[in-house]
Structure formats: structure tokens, C-alpha cells
Design a binder for this molecule. Structure first.
Ligand SMILES: [Zn+2]
Ligand SMILES: [Zn+2]
Length: 486
């Protein structure tokens, strides 16, 4: 599409994006990205869909820019300068309409695609600054291409303005979405930088920021790379991710990756993926993928044991039997006896393998034709196969002072990074009362406290596994753990 055509025709992104938000969950990549734009962010960034210009506020923490401090003046200043040149020279304010927003639909738009100004007069193609720029360009070039110049020439932008005119609707949506995600992650993108990116993209006449030419056309390229990363994530979906051996969990709504390559047997790896795809949507809390990783680690430990012991390296599920489970249990016992595995980790591996093998059966993965097809009924762990946790003597049931200190220090991490407010309240309550989750007696609390903690205790009851697994799975709490991995 030609930039000029886009300017004259109704701008697709401009007029339609809000109406399309509701209906465009499916459809082309442009509408997909538009559907992911948060109206709050779009307003915050000062996006004007009619003119297709961003009016970034000068006081925005990530998108702001240095503005003149004189009353009524918002002209950009070089960093460190309190007032703009115009104010320093005390030019009357009447002169200075220099940061006015352009009026809506234009009667006589300047023919430069990026420009928001009016032509000087009906017969002149350009606004005054662009007329001057065109004259300079025409003189400097041996063979000036006016149509191309119109498509690629930057706008005349005031402080905080970034014109996305002259870019295809897809690129506009990619920039807005990329900017939204960067800003949500707390990354600073100054208007100067964004403008440079847009100028580069326009000059390269790219149809998508994923076009390799987009990287070459823009300097610095790292902003475009981060836009590309965010845009790609918007298109990840569980269906295409679950065939891979390493999952980007963003597709499932979680952070980080889930690596199945530690499981060497093809059938077991596929079964693990099918189980994980079923399990992930049921997880809650901020690190819902953490427990799933722990289960996969237990499967990997079993996988390693099969590979080490069996002549077929465990590659044929139908050939496995009870002996392969017992072999694994003995191996764990041995690792604990030589100090390469903690008693905790040994118990956890057993519990987790027991759970996953049970779920795999329930999901039909052991039926003929399924990944674990032919896996015998005896390849399972009974309750008796899980070692008993040692019951500590009564005084030992108190958490050691060092653990309490770590727990207190990490309460904000618990609330903000790992779980939620309710879990923090619940843990504080348990710490204060010295009771266990099931022993907290709501009736003994004052009604006001009860209201706050009632829900919290529910959360704890519902999340006990998450909570119990937490101190060992989160790296910042690893100081509390004596675990050594095998
Ligand atoms: Zn000023
Ligand atoms: Zn112009």
C-alpha cells in the first residue's frame, strides 16, 4: 500500500481499532494485535487514532521527555535545561502555538505521508516546512524521486509527538503493542528513540517489523528487536508450542520455559508433554509452572535410571515392569545413603512420580496407540513405595530461627513474585499464631480479622502443595534448603 493512499483513504487502524477489539480475536495479525491493546495504555501513551500520532506525556515514567518548565509552555528542552530557547528569549506566548495538537480530519493535508499539517494553499502540495525540505532534497539529489520522498520523509514533530503515519496498519499495530509490552515491563522508551525507529521503518518501507529489513533500517535496532520479541509472543499458542521439546510458557500464560529434553525416552517425553499440557491450565499463583517443572524433574530422574539400567535404555514402554520401579526406588535410597540426595528430595521424587504415572493412566496415555501405549499396570508406585517422612520430635516442629528470618525477609517476594496477597496474609497469620494451616482456629479471631483471614486460610488449604513446595523451588529462598540434586 502506498503511504499517500493510506493517508487519503480512511486510516484502517485509526478509525476501526476500538470497534474491532471486541470481534477480532481471530483474523489477521493486525486485528490480533489490536485486540491485545489495552485502552488504558493507549490513552496513557496519548495515541490519537484519527491523526495516527502518539502524544507521549512529558511526565510519564517510561515514555516521558524533558519539557520546558515555564507556565503554559511544554516545548521540549535539551536535558538539563529548565526552559526552552523561546522562553529564555521571552518571545510572547501568542507566537507559540508550537505544541498544539493538529486538528482532526484535514481539509488540505500536506502530501508527505507522515505529516499531520495542512498544505500552505490548495494548489501547493506541502506544508511550509515540507516545501522547504523538498526544495533542499530536490537540489541535493541527482535524480529525486518525489513519490518515494513523500512516503519516507519524517513528520515535523513537537515534544512527545511521534507520527506513525505513512506506516502500514500492521506495523502501526506492532509498534503500539510492542510499546505497550515494553512499558508494562518497566522499560524506558524515550520519544527521541521511538521517533528514530519509526523514521527507519518508514524509510525502509517495510510491511512488518519482522521483516529482516526492519532491523537493518533502524538504529538502534534493539528497540525493534524487543518489539519483535513481544509481537512473536502475542502469536504463541499452546497448540503450536506443545509439539516442541522446550516450551515457551508464555503461550500457556506463565513465565519461563519448560524443558523436556532431560527425558531421553521418546515415549516418556511425549507422555510428559501431554500430561503437562493438561496440568498447566489448572495451576494458580504467580509461579504456577514451578510445580510442573518439579514433576518433570522427577520424570527425568526416572528416565535417567531407566537409561542407566536397562539394555533397551527404557525406550520400549511395553517392556517395562515392576522391577524398573523398584530399581528406581533403590537408586534413590542409594543416592540418599551416600549424601547425594536429601531425604526430602527422595520423598518428593517418589510422590511426584507416583502422581504423574497415575495421571498419565487417567489421561489414557497408556492405551494402545498413545505415547505410553503398552505400559504395564505394574509400572506404578503404591502408597507403600513412598518413604515415610520422619516425624520430628515436638520441639523440632518449630521452624528454626534462620528459616523464620528468611521467611520474614521474603514476604514481599511471596506476595508479588510467587503468589498472591492472600497467601502472604495467611503465612503471616500462621507465623504469628504458631499454628499449622489446618489448625488455625478462625472462631478465636475478632470478626474484622476473620473477614481478612477467612479467605486467606481457604487459599492456604487450596494451595498446600504449592506452599509446601515453595521454599525449595524458589531460588531466593534456596538458602533454607539443604537439598543437593543427584
Ligand atoms: Zn518554553
Ligand atoms: Zn508537511
Amino acid at each position: 500500500m502506498s503511504g499517500i493512499a493510506a493517508q487519503v483513504a480512511a486510516p484502517a487502524v485509526a478509525t476501526g481499532w476500538q470497534e474491532r477489539r471486541a470481534t477480532s480475536a481471530v483474523g489477521g495479525p493486525t486485528s490480533r494485535l489490536e485486540s491485545l491493546l489495552d485502552p488504558v495504555f493507549v490513552a496513557e501513551a496519548g495515541w490519537d487514532p484519527t491523526t495516527r500520532v502518539l502524544f507521549l506525556p512529558h511526565d510519564h515514567p517510561q515514555l516521558g521527555w524533558p519539557a520546558c518548565r515555564s507556565a503554559g509552555c511544554l516545548s521540549p528542552v535539551t536535558a538539563g535545561q529548565p526552559r526552552c530557547a523561546r522562553c529564555r528569549a521571552e518571545i510572547p506566548a501568542g507566537e507559540a502555538a508550537h505544541h498544539d495538537r493538529p486538528a482532526g480530519p484535514q481539509a488540505r493535508p500536506c502530501q508527505v505521508a507522515a505529516c499531520t499539517r495542512q498544505r500552505r494553499w490548495v494548489t501547493a502540495p506541502y506544508c511550509r516546512p515540507h516545501r522547504d525540505r523538498w526544495r533542499a532534497y530536490r537540489t541535493a539529489q541527482a535524480d529525486p524521486d518525489e513519490q518515494r520522498w513523500r512516503r519516507t520523509e519524517p513528520a515535523i514533530e513537537d515534544g512527545g509527538q511521534v507520527s506513525l503515519r505513512g506506516l502500514p496498519p500492521l506495523v502501526v499495530a506492532q509498534i503500539l503493542y510492542g510499546l505497550q509490552q515494553r512499558t508494562r515491563h518497566g522499560t524506558v522508551t524515550r520519544p527521541v528513540l521511538l521517533r528514530q525507529v519509526v523514521v527507519g521503518l518508514r524509510r525502509g518501507q517495510v510491511s512488518s517489523i519482522e521483516d529482516p529489513a526492519a532491523q537493518l533500517a533502524t538504529d538502534p535496532a534493539k528497540v525493534v528487536s524487543s518489539f519483535v520479541r513481544h509481537v512473536r509472543r502475542a502469536f504463541l499458542d499452546p497448540e503450536s508450542e506443545r509439539v516442541k521439546d522446550v516450551w515457551d510458557l508464555t503461550a500457556f500464560g506463565w513465565r519461563g520455559r519448560l524443558d523436556f529434553t532431560t527425558i531421553s525416552q521418546r515415549w516418556l517425553r511425549e507422555a510428559a508433554k501431554r500430561w503437562a499440557a493438561d496440568d498447566l491450565p489448572h495451576r494458580r499463583g504467580k509461579d504456577g509452572a514451578g510445580p510442573v517443572r518439579a514433576y518433570v524433574a522427577s520424570l527425568a530422574a526416572w528416565s535417567q535410571s531407566l537409561r542407566a539400567v536397562r539394555p533397551d535404555r527404557g525406550n520400549n514402554p511395553a517392556a517395562l515392569g515392576r522391577a524398573d520401579v523398584e530399581g528406581f526406588l533403590h537408586r534413590l535410597a542409594y543416592l540418599e545413603s551416600v549424601g547425594r540426595l536429601s531425604n526430602d528430595a527422595r520423598i518428593r521424587h517418589c510422590r511426584q512420580l507416583r502422581h504423574v504415572l497415575g495421571r498419565m493412566r487417567a489421561l489414557g496415555l497408556t492405551r494402545a496407540g498413545a505415547p505410553a501405549g503398552g505400559l504395564g499396570e505394574d509400572v506404578t508406585l503404591g502408597r507403600g513405595d513412598v518413604p515415610e517422612a520422619p516425624v520430628p520430635a515436638e520441639p523440632g516442629r518449630d521452624l528454626p530461627a534462620e528459616v523464620m528470618r528468611q521467611l520474614c525477609a521474603h514476604l514481599p517476594v511471596l506476595e508479588h513474585d510467587i503468589s498472591c496477597r492472600e497467601l502472604r496474609v495467611a503465612i503471616e497469620l500462621i507465623m504469628d499464631s504458631g499454628r499449622r494451616p489446618d489448625e488455625v482456629d478462625l472462631e478465636q479471631l475478632a470478626p474484622a480479622e476473620r473477614a481478612e483471614t477467612d479467605h486467606a486460610v481457604e487459599v492456604v488449604r487450596g494451595h498446600r502443595t504449592v506452599m509446601l513446595g515453595m521454599p525449595r523451588t524458589h531460588p531466593t529462598l534456596s538458602g533454607t534448603s539443604t537439598e543437593r540434586t543427584a
